[in-house]
Design a protein around this ligand. Structure first.
Ligand SMILES: Cc1cc2nc3c(=O)[nH]c(=O)nc-3n(C[C@H](O)[C@H](O)[C@H](O)COP(=O)(O)OP(=O)(O)OC[C@H]3O[C@@H](n4cnc5c(N)ncnc54)[C@H](O)[C@@H]3O)c2cc1C
Length: 220
């Protein structure tokens, strides 16, 4: 597989193109550090953008949901959705209101969805999605029943085209504004967990390894 996604009329970043990357590794890294994507698709004259859980596996992302989901039903009709993932990395505070910005890593990707019929692949996708949520969790929980597998739709979106856009660092102000006595800089942001809360049926149970490792791996 080629190392970069081909630049086409659809995925070529036009604005602030210096922040763009088409590198497959960089796109995959951004996808792998997230678990919520937004899926945009149009039905006749109306466009919808729906947030949902995903996981990347090889060159595809898996999404899942109830069989009755309109989004999943529409994607199976063959329209190419536009999928985005965004990580907010910081607030960029410039000297002027105009140059305020954000630091981010984002991906926009396109690809057709395929309905996963094969039971083994369906279960594998469920495992990957659960593991993306919390590494090690799949082995700790009750496995899906036949009924649960049956009422769940899994779609694979093969990544045909993608771009990443990354903004890092401090503000970029107008030259004449640097002499103004206005504080400027940036505030890095990082998602981190607060104290865990056991549900009322788990008070007597030991915290599982997956949760312990997750908490240990995150800065306080
Ligand atoms: C957290 C965050 C905040 C932002 N805030 C603003 C804002 O306030 N105002 C603003 O104008 N822009 C903002 N952006 C940038 C915004 O996502 C667009 O890149 C920008 O608005 C240009 O849009 P366009 O349609 O002209 O893009 P074009 O450059 O014309 O887009 C062409 C193609 O480039 C790709 N592309 C575009 N944007 C992205 C992206 N972010 N990531 C990956 N691929 C991309 C897509 O494939 C798209 O089809 C923000 C981005 C993020 C992640």
């Amino acid at each position: 597989m080629v190392k970069t996604f081909e630049k086409t009329a659809v995925n070529k970043v036009v604005r602030a193109a210096k922040r763009a990357s088409y590198d497959r590794g960089e796109v995959y890294d951004i996808l792998d550090s997230g678990m919520v994507c937004h899926i945009g698709f149009s039905v006749e004259e109306q466009t919808f953008v729906i947030p949902t859980i995903y996981v990347r596996f090889e060159n595809r992302i898996y999404i899942h949901g109830a069989n009755k989901s309109r989004m999943l039903a529409m994607l199976q009709k063959g329209i190419t959705p536009c999928v985005t993932v965004t990580h907010l990395d910081g607030l960029v505070l410039a000297r002027s209101a105009f140059h305020h910005s954000m630091n981010y890593r984002s991906v926009v990707l396109f690809g057709k969805a395929t309905f996963i019929e094969d039971k083994e692949e369906k279960i594998k996708a469920m495992e990957l999605i659960t593991e993306q949520l919390l590494k090690g969790r799949w082995k700790e929980v009750r496995q899906p029943t036949e009924k649960e597998i049956e009422i769940t739709t899994i779609l694979a979106i093969e990544i045909e085209s993608a771009s990443a856009k990354i903004r890092k660092g401090g503000p970029v102000d107008e030259k004449e504004d640097y002499k103004l006595p206005i504080w400027a800089g940036h505030i890095p942001l990082h998602q981190h967990p607060l104290k865990i809360i056991a549900d009322e049926h788990s008070a007597e149970l030991e915290v599982p390894e997956s949760v312990k490792s997750y908490m240990a791996s995150k800065p306080n």
